[in-house]
Design a protein around this ligand. Sequence first.
Ligand code: R5P
Length: 294
Amino acid sequence: MADLEGNISAKQYFVDTPQVTPGFHVKGAGNLDFGMKHRLGRIFRSDGRTVMLAFDHGYFQGPTSGLERIDLNIVPLADDVDALMATRGVIRSLIPPAIDKALVLRASGGPSILKELSDERLAMTIDDVVRIDAAAAAVQVFIGGENETQSVHNLTQLVDAGLGVGVPVMGVTAVGRELTRDARYLGLATRIIAELGAQLVKTYYCETDFEQVTSACPVPIIMAGGQKLPTIDALMMASRAIQSGASGVDMGRNIFQRVAPSAMITAVNAVVHENMSAADAHALYRELSDGATD
Ligand code: R5P
């Protein structure tokens, strides 16, 4: 058993020395097979970054505000992001098959908001992920949660299945109400997910030492959006995460619950792909949205 006390101190993250991935533009993916790389290459642009739009909320909370009509609210936005994260039910029923976007499939589920959320299982087979031609499959991992082992097992099962057919897996850190979203917790959760084989990790941003979280994670970290914030705060969070080493963002409510979602996507794209400052991106959002103040 590792010395837990020794693990708490004495850490050197070399945050100023980016990890090198010879021969490929996605962090940690240099040694993967062609199919994996091809799929990751659909998610990440040549700059190694991605803007993903998450609208899978219905898998546990039903018709979320802003997602009541995905055909009207989301489909018109789809062309302006790099990847779409959704359930197979929504993809099959509402997303035009001719769409030229990377699809990231929500592959775990089970409990609704009426129950203990961490009690998830895998909710689809890898065969169906391939049938849909998804670029990756996503599974929630509840490190420190009541059903930690089950959710880790969901992850490792999906990673095994994904390796068999060339489908990358995105492990999503699920932070329960009782857990603190600090660098120590997020570093623990993201590293475990990467060590257990996920090819990308989605996690929340934290104000302090987030660069240590990204530095110690050998695969791309995608920043999760979380609940709706004032526009400038959401852009600030995205900008800080990217400048701290995140490889992209996967935002939902901070885009589709805004007055001008399309303008927000343009602003987020500028932050992620052009390193635009949050202040400039906010000005861009205001300009494109006729001065929206939400
Ligand atoms: C969480 O991990 C689920 O995938 C969510 O349904 C989704 O990612 C949440 O997006 P946001 O918090 O940005 O609204």
